[in-house]
Design a protein around this ligand. Structure first.
Ligand code: G6P
Length: 613
């Protein structure tokens, strides 16, 4: 959600910060601002609205300097307007701050400061942090000490960057708790800081990820990291390989469309290097799984949010079917508070594209506290979900920019498939021939995905059927029940059409009452173990006048005869079929939203990475 960028060095900080913020637009925001140190003063431009508007403000009243911070805000306390936009100044005007997080004890601190005579300029919780720093500056005269003292008073999880006009040679960044990632980019005689890597990748590939409860003191030529008590700690630099060009839209109209099309590549990359087709073997070295450990696992929990949760639902079926280990799948925000029973030899797998989702991280912590081994499946390299885990699988998708997740849904499906085979192999529960078969089934997957992508126009052609539609029902069964959930989520997210997903067998227990000619039904009915059941449920809906749009395998005449429209997909091995069945549904949501003229890559009220509870 909130994005942060900071710069200190010989170059003009303004364009670096503005472009960095632009690279974080995908996170979702409702206002933006920048503060630059210039000739002894701190100058700020900020307002509600898009970064293009901030560019306009800066060209109307230019800012130049060698030290600065910028921010995109997603409102939590106080509506999106200029007053509440970051950066925020302390009352003397000497300290300025940007912040990602929620100050949980905001009311207490606010009242305390107000009683001391502080006159607040905004309705934000953030302002209490900068006012606290101001309070401690009066007694210590050192920005680092004042920041340390202020941070020890605030509750919650935070990332901040701050500077003072009295110490214009440095930025101070801090990270408290698990939300609010902070990464420092190391340059040559200059340094960068950001909430996310894409903001600074254009300038450097040398990154230092700040650990929780640490403060970074960043000057053009140096980086020092301290604890909140002022003890100096060692830091490690990482080399990052993501190509910023990969984060450009290229030939596509929207990132979402581009990312749907990138799924052939992400499938290939997911399989590459991990699958030995000759020996029918899988290797996932980063999970650090030994045969001894694999054989002791009694139970697996999967925790995740949103799209990643739907991938987890498929993962349950894959692991239970292939590796015969019981799996429970939990929405992370529920898991963290439901006091789950975690017995010895349990593994908890967190799935997260960003690796920074607050609820998922908290669920991981809960599992850890109860003695579980932790694995994660993450896309963002170096993210917290990756670092917190004992082992991880990285999704080989590259950065995902569109808020509605697409390629980061199909990649973990294959990761979980690989993991299930590996577990079964190490536990000696998979007959050799079946192992070869399962591994071999992966060979054709990128091509099958490619065939689905080539059929985009067929999906586009039916988008007009949804012109006057305000409700939709998605039905699926078995391994494609999560496809129904994910298809409905895509439609809700970007087209704002209410969509509900149901296991088709449950329709008779309630949703059937909704059916009439105005409720389109999207039936996911590939030729698999559940095909017969889907046929009879489609018949029941048809008999009640529903308009049926089916996802079916090429040549399925029975489904064709029952449906108003069919979106055809090639026959796919059933355990991998959720990878292909979802593609027409991703396109469907995309083209309906496009036809409605909506902001596809940044849908209203949504954020790419939800780093607060
Ligand atoms: C947000 C996004 C969703 C995403 C979910 C989980 O709600 O809008 O698209 O699925 O977070 O994100 P994660 O990064 O943990 O996969």
């Amino acid at each position: 959600m909130c994005g942060i960028v900071g710069y200190v060095g010989p170059r003009d900080a303004t364009p670096i910060i503005l472009q960095g913020l632009q690279r974080l637009e995908y996170r979702g925001y409702d206002s933006a601002g920048i503060a630059i140190y210039s000739q002894g003063e701190i100058e700020i431009r900020r307002d509600a609205g898009k970064i293009s508007h901030l560019f306009d403000l800066v060209s109307a009243a230019p800012l130049h300097g060698h030290l600065g911070i910028g921010h995109t805000r997603w409102a939590t306390h106080g509506e999106p307007n200029a007053r509440n936009a970051h950066p925020h100044l302390s009352s003397s005007g000497r300290v300025v701050l940007v912040h990602n997080g929620i100050v949980e004890n905001y009311h207490t601190l606010h009242d305390e400061l107000e009683a001391e005579g502080v006159h607040f300029q905004s309705e934000t919780d953030t302002e209490v942090i900068v006012q606290l720093i101001e309070r401690y500056l009066s007694s210590s005269n050192s920005l680092v000490t004042a920041v340390q003292k202020a941070l020890s008073e605030i509750q919650g999880a935070h990332g901040i960057v701050v500077f003072s006009r009295d110490e214009p040679d440095k930025l101070i960044a801090a990270r408290i708790g698990n939300a609010g990632g902070v990464v420092i980019g190391l340059g040559d005689g200059e340094n960068f800081v950001a909430s996310d890597l894409p903001a600074i990748l254009e300038y450097t590939r040398r990154a230092v990820f700040l650990d929780p409860q640490k403060i970074a003191i960043i000057t053009p030529a140096s980086l020092q990291i301290q604890t909140l008590n002022g003890e100096i700690v060692n830091w490690k630099e990482q080399h990052v390989t993501w190509d910023p060009i990969a984060a450009e839209k290229g030939e596509y109209q929207h990132f979402m469309q581009k990312e749907i099309h990138e799924q052939v590549r992400s499938m290939t990359d997911t399989i590459a290097g991990r699958v030995n087709f000759s020996f029918g073997k899988i290797s996932l070295p980063e999970i650090q799984l030994t045969p001894e450990f694999a054989q002791t696992i009694h139970k697996i929990f999967i925790v995740a949010c949103g799209t990643a949760y739907h991938a987890g639902l498929v993962g349950k079926i894959l692991i239970e079917r292939i590796a015969h280990i019981p799996v429970e799948v939990d929405i992370a925000s529920e898991f963290r508070y439901r006091d789950p029973i975690i017995e010895p030899n349990t593994v908890t797998i967190a799935i997260s594209q960003s690796g920074e989702t607050a609820d998922t991280l908290a669920a991981m912590e809960e599992a850890r506290k109860k003695g579980s081994t932790l694995w994660s499946i993450v896309n963002a390299i170096g993210s917290q979900a990756m670092r917190l885990a004992d082992g991880f699988i990285s999704m080989q998708c590259g950065p995902e920019i569109g808020v509605a997740s697409t390629k980061a849904y199909t990649a973990p499906l294959v990761d979980l498939y690989l993991l299930a085979i590996l577990l079964a192999d190490l536990r000696n529960t998979l007959p050799t021939q079946m192992r070869y078969q399962l591994v071999n089934d992966l060979r054709r997957l990128p091509n099958l995905v490619g065939i689905c992508l080539d059929r985009e126009t067929e999906v586009q052609e039916i988008a007009h059927l949804f012109t006057d539609v305000s409700n939709c029902l998605y039905l699926g069964r078995g391994i494609n029940m999560p496809t129904a959930y994910e298809g409905a989520l895509k439609l809700k997210e970007i087209s704002y059409i209410h969509a509900e997903a149901y296991p088709a067998g449950e329709m008779k227990h309630g949703p059937i009452a909704l059916i009439d000619k105005n409720l389109p039904i999207i039936a996911i009915a590939p030729k698999d173990l559940w095909n017969e059941k889907m046929v009879s449920q489609i018949e029941q809906a048809k008999a009640r006048g529903a308009k049926i749009i089916s996802i079916a395998n090429d040549g399925d005449e029975r489904i064709k005869s029952l449906s108003d429209r069919v979106l055809w997909i090639p026959q796919t091995p059933w355990l991998l079929s959720p990878v292909t069945t979802i593609i027409p549904l991703q396109f469907l949501a995309y083209h309906i939203a496009h036809q409605r003229g909506l902001d596809i890559d940044q849908p209203r009220n949504l954020a790419k990475s939800v780093t607060v509870e």
